[in-house]
Design a binder for this molecule. Structure first.
Ligand SMILES: Cc1ncc(COP(=O)(O)O)c(C=O)c1O
Length: 470
């Protein structure tokens, strides 16, 4: 038999129909089972086998998926999932994934519809945050890569020779709040600038970058012979959802001739809620911006996005001239510039279809309402915490993240309690450190999380607290 298609499609088609029914049954009942459960050793062992010489029936593989994979998945579509910052996905997103897999487009470039869909999505993303529609950008794995691309582009603007010469003694430095996501310092590391070249600026009592401290640090660096080139503001910090004073940072960047990058991984979506949009004023002044459709945009993983105001600067940072990738004036090799001109990836999948279908299906009004509802659920949790003497609210709630702890519990007990909570299957928040103390961190990014989910989590925490009380 040559090729890999089945001789008879009928059995596979029947199985596919069953799979789709199962997928939608599960989506309809999302929240019925545990948010998460540990994977038993027997199921883990099923993924420790030798490379198969002979193939297996698709039916058997689906059985294995149902028994050994699906029950032990990450759980982020479940309403009880409140850990880290993870979107829940949607039914339309599931369908989009199926459709894009059916095309199997390579979206590194060339002249085909997927490239136009991606361009549409990039224009919509720019419009969403108020950047010019002419801004360039591309879809990437996530904000880790989007922030990296922002840093790379900015450094190549101040020093185009960097691409050939490397740093060669240049003393480029950048600035972000001490609460910036770890991927920002990693971006400096990966870009060869060194993570020490990222100056971490203290935050105020609302956990936002202190702009006076920023201005002071830039002055000191200039006096010491450094070359400040980028200011990175965060719109929605990972710990507690704080938004840096973006207008003030944009002003400083302008005065200091620095690139202004915004990490809006999840917070950028607050722009869609009229009630919250104002908090992000200044985001539209970004020279580049990272945001994740897979977080508050509810697009299935992965769907990050980078935007760059100046198309030429973006292209200059990544473009390469290679004979095997010649751009033609017509034919399949036409339609330059290609997405591979705007980032490190050459081969890339059709991420844009699920983003396009999600935005087009729900529209920004409905997505904005969803964002506002998440913030309302977070406020509800914060109020319950503040009105209960057994609990302590550990950080101001700017958007959708609530950090809290129990008055009587030490760090170690909080850590154990959260593990028990995960294993109970009721809710899955994560932890972080606020002012040195380990706290429970509930990030309401999930469109399925409601006040009832919060009540169930707090009931369970209260029960577990008795077990862990000193
Ligand atoms: C503020 C912020 N920036 C960057 C990231 C990294 O995003 P990703 O995991 O999509 O790479 C996150 C992840 O939670 C985040 O919250």
């Amino acid at each position: 038999m040559s090729g890999l298609d089945p001789e008879d499609f009928a059995p596979l088609r029947a199985l596919a129909h069953r799979m789709l029914d199962d997928v939608f049954d599960r989506a309809e009942q999302m929240g019925d089972g545990p948010v998460w459960q540990p994977m038993p050793q027997q199921a883990r062992d099923a993924f420790n086998l030798d490379l198969p010489e002979k193939g297996q029936d698709a039916e058997a593989l689906y059985g294995q998926f149902l028994d050994q994979i699906r029950p032990y998945s990450n759980g982020n579509p479940h309403p009880g999932f409140m850990g880290w910052v993870q979107g829940a996905g949607t039914p339309i997103g599931i369908l989009a994934e199926l459709l894009s897999a059916s095309l199997n487009d390579n979206c590194g470039g060339r002249d085909h519809a997927a490239i136009e869909v991606e361009r549409q999505v990039i224009r919509w993303a720019a419009e969403m945050v108020g950047m010019p529609k002419e801004a360039s950008g591309c879809l990437v794995t996530g904000s880790s890569l989007a922030n990296f691309i922002g840093v790379i582009t900015a450094s190549r603007v101040v020093s185009p020779e960097l691409r050939r010469e490397g740093l060669s003694g240049r003393k480029l430095v950048g600035y972000a709040a001490e609460t910036a996501h770890g991927c920002v310092s990693r971006a400096f590391d990966l870009a060869g600038l060194g993570s020490d070249a990222l100056r971490l600026i203290p935050v105020d009592e609302l956990h936002r970058m202190d702009d006076l401290a920023l201005a002071q640090r830039i002055r000191e660096d200039r006096e010491a012979g450094y070359h400040p080139f980028i200011i990175i503001g965060t719109a929605g910090s990972v710990d507690c959802g704080a938004v840096d004073p973006l207008e003030a940072l944009a002003d400083i960047a302008q005065a200091e001739k620095c690139w202004f990058h915004v990490d809006g991984a999840f917070g950028a979506f607050a722009r869609l809620s009229p009630e919250h949009a104002i908090m992000l004023d200044g985001i539209e002044r970004a020279d580049s911006l990272a945001l994740d459709f897979h977080k508050w945009g509810q697009v299935p993983y992965d769907a990050g996005c980078v935007l760059v105001r100046d198309r030429a600067a973006h292209a200059q940072a990544f473009a390469q001239s290679l004979s095997y990738l010649t751009r033609a004036d017509r034919g399949l090799a036409g339609n330059a510039p290609w997405p591979c001109d705007f980032g490190p990836d050459l081969s890339r999948g059709f991420r844009a279809l699920k983003v396009w279908m999600t935005l087009a299906h729900y529209g920004t009004n409905r997505l904005g309402e969803m964002v506002a509802t998440c913030c309302d659920v977070a406020r509800y949790l914060a109020e319950r915490i503040e009105n209960d003497a057994r609990y302590l609210l550990m950080a101001p709630v700017a958007l959708n993240i609530v950090c809290f702890t129990l008055v009587d519990l030490e760090d170690e007990a909080v850590d154990e309690l959260v593990k028990d909570l995960h294993e109970s299957g009721v809710a899955a928040p994560s932890t972080t450190r606020i002012e040195g103390r380990l706290v429970i961190r509930a990030a309401i990014v999930n469109h399925r999380t409601t006040r009832r989910t919060i009540d169930a989590m707090l009931d369970q925490i209260t029960k577990l607290a008795e077990k862990h009380a000193p």
